[in-house]
Design a protein around this ligand. Structure first.
Ligand code: ZN
Length: 270
């Protein structure tokens, strides 16, 4: 699959500044910006090393977007846990997954009507491309609503779900839309068979009602896409609720600092 951005190395991090968010234990959210890297979290005992932003290396490990999709499908928790927050490559991947899902359904819905159009039914040629815009709009809007929603619920629970975190999680979770689109595409093929039954191109006396089967598969695909997306967002939020972005504020073990000695409230960093 195309991937113009290329991998983002974990060393490409911004310099910490006083405004940078404090480094948190990714397991419990405790401020560990002053804890030595070889120590453990004073609150829950998790190693500090496992919360370092450099450990979020999904982009580095995956050569292309296909591999990112495979990682999210096969091991969603570890993929979300390894996603660098605000990684441009992951955000582009999310857009790619949404466009791919739209194109898949559009092509499955459009291809046979091109044949019908030759037979004189040109109405479908106008109708189906606009279906594509509506479909992409729906997917994009639902993803946006989810992104805003998890930030809202994150605030309620004292998690650090920033705009970058919600975008990163929703981008990876967009693989769910792609899975639903694959099912919808199969449903579209059955819809065409049903349409051919209506035109008496297929003997409908000895075959099942393909139109009804197709409609049921398309509806099921839409539900699967939505539920899969929601499930991946849920798993992603669990893995990224205290995620440390690149350039997070932390202090050296020798006592030097890269920012003021203040403890930031988790729920104030939005
Ligand atoms: Zn902890």
């Amino acid at each position: 699959m195309p991937d113009p951005a290329g991998p983002l190395a974990p060393t490409q991090t911004a310099e910490p500044s006083p405004e940078s968010p404090a480094m948190l234990c990714e397991s419990c959210g405790y401020d560990i910006s002053r804890t030595a890297e070889d120590a453990v979290c004073p609150e829950c005992g998790t190693t500090i090393a496992s919360s370092l932003p450099e450990r979020r290396d999904l982009s580095v490990r995956c050569r292309d977007w296909g591999e990112i999709a495979r990682q999210v499908l096969l091991a969603p928790r570890s993929a979300m846990r390894a996603a660098a927050i605000g990684d441009v490559r992951i955000l582009k991947f999310g857009l790619f997954a949404q466009i791919a899902a739209t194109l898949l359904v559009t092509i499955a819905a459009l291809a046979p009507p091109l044949g019908y159009a030759v037979a004189g039914d040109r109405l479908q040629l106008i109708f189906l491309p606009s279906l594509s815009f509506v479909l992409f709009g729906v997917i994009w809007l639902l993803t946006l609503i989810e992104s805003v929603g998890i930030r809202f619920f994150g605030r309620q629970r004292g998690w650090r779900i920033t705009r970058e975190v919600s975008k990163t999680v929703c981008s990876l979770a967009s693989v769910g839309w792609l899975v639903g689109a694959c099912v919808c595409a199969v449903g579209c093929i059955f819809l065409h068979l049903g349409f051919m039954q209506e035109l008496n191109l297929i003997d409908s006396r000895h075959t099942p009602k393909f139109g009804i089967i197709g409609a049921l598969i398309v509806i099921t695909g839409a539900i699967i896409g939505l539920l899969y997306f929601e499930l991946l967002v849920y798993l992603g939020v669990r893995q990224c609720r205290f995620a440390n972005p690149p350039g997070v504020r932390r202090y050296s073990a020798a006592g030097g600092s890269s920012g003021p000695a203040r403890i930031q409230r988790v729920d104030s960093e939005q």
